[in-house]
Design a protein around this ligand. Structure first.
Ligand code: ZN
Length: 384
């Protein structure tokens, strides 16, 4: 590896060695190694989440980065999450692993890092037995879909441990290729104005249903969406009792593309025929998907307590406020255009809805969106 291909970059409090071309090229190249500078927010948010989680760990305090690349996330955890005793980073690319090891030396943390070169499921399965082998926190951040690695991921995490998963197949999860989405996530996407929340919930439901097959259950702690990726954090529990109840946590979002009506339905009460009660149009189905809350609000508050930068803080403040058990949102401009009025601000929408006795909040999924338990016709009525 010619050293001039790599340069030092500081992210958070950590020194990284990254391919020079990754800092200048519009799309970060995969050779000699992959590093995406624009995933900084993704990594910074994860540091807050891991710090918030590591606080409650008692014995095994380990972190595994299964697609580590040049080690950006693994090294940042070793430097910036002091509660984690040992970090494991794995990648198939030996050039990337070499850069990660050199950067570990630069940060004087080499004794707390183990790097390996293996296929990801081999790496995870090698750590899938016994309490000594499994990890307290495992991250899965592959190119594209994480769907094919979810079993291995869940096998490699300790009871009560944490998994974090990124999906970058946004077009699939947002409904451009619905058949691909159905086979990867066992749920139908909705190609509509709030498809990013549907996407996160499809990803969580894949995690929940896979867990239940392995006699495990999950509890989401945090999730966020971005134009380039969807990301979820969930605690994993060994419990066949909770695994039996997995289907209680999933459902369907019914959406009317004609009048904008939307609601959550359970399998047992799916409307039949599937027609919109407001306008009689055939409804579209999203899911099955995660139908319960997305955030543990105490966990989010703990993340905020670490004094995050402005961008992270803005995201977390929105999550703290969000009515996150409602699995969809409305966009203010959508409402204004249906009413053929000038744009109404989110603040005004919330004020009017709350004044009329409805629950309403902003949403972290869209700065122009809001959540409410009011139905579309009720929203239009009170806003008009
Ligand atoms: Zn309708």
């Amino acid at each position: 590896m010619p050293d001039q291909d790599f340069v030092e970059a500081i992210e958070g409090e950590t020194r990284l060695l990254v391919p020079r071309s990754s800092l200048s090229d519009k799309v970060p190249p995969k050779t000699p190694a992959f590093f995406n500078p624009s995933a900084r927010l993704n990594r910074s948010v994860s540091i807050l989440a891991y710090r918030a989680f590591a606080r409650q760990l008692s014995k095994e305090r380990t972190f595994a980065d299964s697609f580590t690349g040049v080690g950006a996330r693994a090294l940042r955890v070793a430097v910036e999450v002091p509660e984690i005793e040992h970090v494991y980073g794995n990648d198939l690319n030996p050039v990337a692993i070499d850069a990660a090891k050199k950067a570990a030396d630069l940060n004087s943390i080499a004794d707390r890092c183990t790097f390996s070169i293996a296929e990801v499921c081999k790496f995870l399965t090698d750590h899938a037995t016994g309490d000594g082998g499994r990890f307290a926190i495992v991250d899965l951040d592959p190119f594209g879909t994480p769907a094919k690695y979810i079993d291995c991921l869940l096998r490699a995490v300790l009871d009560e441990g944490l998994v974090s998963v990124t999906a970058t197949d946004n077009a699939v999860l947002c409904g451009i290729y619905p058949e691909v989405c159905s086979r990867r996530y066992y749920g139908k996407p909705l190609n509509n104005s709030y498809c990013n929340e549907i996407a996160v919930r499809l990803l969580l439901s894949l995690l929940a249903l896979t867990a239940s097959r392995l006699e495990l259950s999950i509890r989401p702690l945090f999730a966020h969406a971005n134009i380039h990726y969807f990301r979820v954090y969930a605690q994993v529990f060994v419990s066949s009792g909770s695994a039996n109840k997995a289907l209680d946590n999933v459902g369907y979002v019914m959406h009317c593309f004609h009048c904008g009506n939307r609601f959550l339905a359970r399998e047992s009460d799916l409307p039949c025929p599937v027609m919109c009660e407001l306008c009689g149009t055939k409804l579209s189905i999203g899911g099955q998907l995660w139908a319960k809350s997305l955030y543990d609000k105490e966990f989010v508050a703990r993340m905020v307590s670490f004094d995050p930068d402005r961008e992270c803080k803005k995201l977390l403040d929105l999550c703290a406020e969000e009515l996150d058990s409602i699995p969809y949102y409305f966009k203010a401009d959508e409402i204004s255009s249906m009413l053929k009025t000038n744009p109404v601000s989110i603040a005004k929408m919330l004020e009017v809805l709350k004044g009329a006795g409805f629950a309403a909040s902003r949403t972290a999924f869209n700065t122009g969106g809001f959540k409410t338990n009011a139905r579309i016709d009720q929203i239009l009525n009170v806003i008009k």
